[in-house]
Ligand binder design. Structure first.
Ligand code: GRF
Length: 201
């Protein structure tokens, strides 16, 4: 399954996907291209170093979401993408875009959803005083971080923790569950019933 990875930032989750592809644990998925909405995002250099098409569709150059998404879709079609992974992609996608990849768009989020959706989830969790937080891979729907949950990983919060230390430990778990979820999607082993997603043996 040819997967397009959308990014906006440094790309450590992209790196985990690239490393999994090289190790053979991302199969039967392969990364078709990497697209950033921010010129110069660190993730692009990681894609280039791996020999993957690394492209930029700068949302600031478009008057509205639709023309931006049309340009993004054109790149994905050109690279024959069959599924999409949001790996630190900081743009909300409209239903028009989502409908082009039904049940084929995954996002990684740094909290145990449905708790702490949105930005800076690690700080939200820390400030809220939770004892356990973590990371979530979910299908993307029209809601904000609200789609059906595919995989989660828990991260205990220690008394002496800082937000930065917590962010780093959550990121480690993100790098474990995102490649696994992408591989499961490509293998057709994710079965959805309403909001519940089961993993076939
Ligand atoms: C990750 O914590 C991801 O969960 C969130 O944005 C961060 C991106 O990190 N959506 P990176 O660019 O993959 O390093």
């Amino acid at each position: 399954m040819r997967v397009a990875v959308l990014v906006s930032g440094s790309g450590t989750n992209l790196q985990a996907l690239l490393d999994a592809e090289r190790a053979g644990t991302l199969a039967p998925a392969e990364i078709a291209c990497v697209v950033s909405n921010r010129p110069g995002a660190g993730a692009l250099a990681r894609a280039q170093a791996f020999g993957k098409p690394a492209l930029t569709v700068d949302h600031k150059l478009f008057p509205a979401r639709e023309p931006f998404e049309d340009a993004l879709l054109a790149v994905l079609i050109e690279h024959r993408a069959e599924a999409v992974v949001l790996a630190g992609f900081m743009r909300v996608l409209t239903g028009r875009f989502l409908d082009r990849f039904p049940e084929r768009i995954l996002n990684i989020h740094p909290s145990l959803l449905p708790a702490f959706p949105g930005v800076d989830a690690q700080r939200q969790a820390f400030d809220h005083g939770v004892k356990v937080t973590g990371a979530t891979v979910h299908f993307v729907d029209a809601g904000l971080d609200a789609g059906a949950i595919v995989l989660q990983a828990a991260v205990p919060v220690a008394d002496g923790d800082t937000v930065e230390a917590l962010r780093a430990r959550v990121l480690e778990r993100e790098h474990e569950i995102l490649p696994r979820a992408v591989s499961l999607l490509a293998a057709g082993r994710l079965v959805r019933t309403g909001r519940r997603v089961a993993v076939l043996p």
